[in-house]
Ligand binder design. Structure first.
Ligand SMILES: Cc1cc2nc3c(=O)[nH]c(=O)nc-3n(C[C@H](O)[C@H](O)[C@H](O)COP(=O)(O)OP(=O)(O)OC[C@H]3O[C@@H](n4cnc5c(N)ncnc54)[C@H](O)[C@@H]3O)c2cc1C
Length: 352
C-alpha cells in the first residue's frame, strides 16, 4: 500500500490532522490502539477562555478560540453531529478572597469575566456562601461523540488500522518511510504520551500530568452551564450525566485512579450539591503536557520524513484543531508553523 502520510494515533490530534489532510485530498492511514484511558477519551472537552486564579486570558485566545468554534461546528455539520456547544461557566467563589479577586478582574475590565446578576438563582441546587461570577463564552467539545463517529468514517474508508504501532517494523529511508507493507512519504506521530518513549522525540521536554475524574448522574441540573467550585461540573452529551474533576498531578506513581481523589471529590460534591446524584464511574489518565506549556508541532529537524503533533497538555480541545491545520499547511504548502509551537526550536536537543 502506498500513501502520502502514516498517522499514529486517533485522539483529538490525529482526528484533526486526518480531517485536514483529507480536505487537501491527501492519502493517509491512521494506526490506533484505542487506549481506553487516552486523555482524549476521558477529557471534559472544556474550552475555557481564561486560566488561573487571576482569570487571565489563555494563550492566543483571540485566534485559537474562534478557530476551534468554527472548526468543530463545520466538522460537526459534515458528520451530521453536534461537535461543540457554547456554555457559560458559573464560578461559585469558594471563599471571600476568590470573590474579591474575581470582582477585581471584572473592575479591571478583564475580558470574558462578568458579574452575575441573579445571585440567588442556584440556591435550590447548590450550597454557596460567597456568591458567583460568570465566565463567557466558554465551549464544550463533544469528544465522546466526535471521536467514535470520525473513527467509524475512517474504518468505512479503509483508512484505519486498529492495532498497536510497532517501532521494530518502521524503516526510514531518505525519501520514504516503510511500515510492514505500507510505504508513505511521511510518518506523523499523534500518539500523546507514547511519544515520551519514541526514539525520535523522547528527548523533547515532555511533562506528563495526571488527572482524575468522576462521572455522576445528576438529573436535576440544567445543562446550559458548566459549574465551578474548586472542581468543574461539566454536562456530558448523555442527558443527566456530568463530568466531575479534575486534579493536576506532576508527580505520580502510576496512572490509576486513587482513593484519595475519590474521597476528596465525593466530599466536595456532598458539601456543594443540594440535589440527588449518583457516582457511576471513576477514571484517570495522563495529559501530554510539556515543560514550557506549548505544543510540539512540525517535522523533525533532522529527519524530514518524521513529524509530530503533540504536547497539547491541558488544552487539547482548543489547540488540536488550530495546530493540526498549521501542520497540514506546513506539509502541503510549506507554510511555517508558529515558532513557539514548532519543534524546530529543539533542533539542538533533537540532534543528540
Ligand atoms: C482528566 C483529564 C481532563 C481533561 N480535560 C480537558 C478539557 O476539559 N479541555 C481540554 O482542552 N483538554 C483536556 N484534557 C487534555 C486533553 O485531553 C489532551 O490535551 C488531549 O486529549 C491530547 O490529545 P492527543 O490526541 O494529542 O493525545 P491522546 O489523547 O493521548 O491520543 C493519542 C492516541 O494515540 C493512540 N496511541 C498511543 N500510543 C499508541 C501506539 N503505540 N499504537 C497505536 N496507537 C497509539 C491512543 O490510543 C490515542 O487514541 C484533559 C485531560 C485529562 C487527562
Amino acid at each position: 500500500m502506498q500513501i502520502d502520510y502514516l498517522i499514529i494515533g486517533q485522539g483529538i490530534s490525529g482526528t484533526w490532522l486526518s480531517y485536514y489532510l483529507q480536505k487537501e485530498g491527501k492519502s493517509f492511514l491512521v494506526i490506533d490502539n484505542h487506549f481506553k484511558e487516552a486523555p482524549s477519551r476521558i477529557s471534559a472537552g472544556i474550552i475555557n477562555p481564561v486560566t488561573g486564579r487571576r482569570h487571565v486570558e489563555v494563550w492566543m485566545a483571540k485566534e485559537i478560540l474562534p478557530f476551534a468554534w468554527n472548526a468543530y461546528t463545520q466538522l460537526g455539520k459534515e458528520l451530521g453531529i453536534s461537535a461543540i456547544s457554547q456554555k457559560n461557566i458559573i464560578d461559585f467563589f469558594p471563599g471571600p478572597q476568590m470573590r474579591v479577586s474575581f470582582l477585581q478582574r471584572v473592575e479591571e475590565k478583564g475580558e470574558y469575566v462578568f458579574n452575575y446578576a441573579e445571585q440567588n438563582q442556584f440556591h435550590s441546587m447548590f450550597n454557596y456562601e460567597f456568591g458567583c461570577g460568570e465566565i463567557r463564552p466558554a465551549y464544550t467539545a463533544h469528544l465522546e461523540t466526535l471521536l467514535p463517529v470520525w473513527r467509524q468514517q475512517l474504518k468505512e474508508r479503509k483508512t484505519l488500522l486498529e492495532e498497536e504501532f510497532d517501532f521494530n517494523e518502521l524503516k526510514i529511508s531518505l525519501s520514504k518511510i516503510h511500515y510492514k507493507d505500507i510505504i508513505a512519504d511521511k510518518i506523523i506521530f499523534c500518539d500523546g504520551n507514547s511519544s515520551c518513549n519514541n526514539p525520535y522525540f523522547h528527548l523533547l521536554p515532555f511533562a506528563p500530568n495526571k488527572g482524575e475524574l468522576l462521572i455522576a448522574e445528576i438529573p436535576g441540573l440544567p445543562q446550559t452551564s458548566i459549574y465551578k467550585k474548586g472542581m468543574m461540573l461539566v454536562p456530558l452529551v448523555t442527558k443527566g450525566l456530568w463530568w466531575v474533576g479534575s486534579d493536576y498531578a506532576w508527580k505520580f506513581e502510576n496512572a490509576d485512579p486513587t482513593n484519595a481523589f475519590r474521597e476528596r471529590t465525593e466530599q466536595l460534591l456532598k458539601d456543594w450539591l443540594k440535589i440527588p446524584y449518583k457516582i457511576v464511574a471513576h477514571l484517570s489518565g495522563t495529559r501530554p503536557a510539556t515543560l514550557e506549556r506549548r505544543p510540539f508541532v512540525g517535522i523533525h529537524p533532522h529527519h524530514p520524513n518524521v513529524g509530530l503533533l503533540n504536547g497539547m497538555g491541558t488544552k487539547g480541545c482548543s489547540l488540536a484543531p488550530f495546530f493540526a491545520r498549521q501542520l497540514t499547511e506546513n506539509l502541503v504548502y510549506k507554510k511555517p508553523v508558529l515558532p513557539e509551537a514548532d519543534i524546530m526550536r529543539f533542533s539542538k536537543i533533537l540532534a543528540r
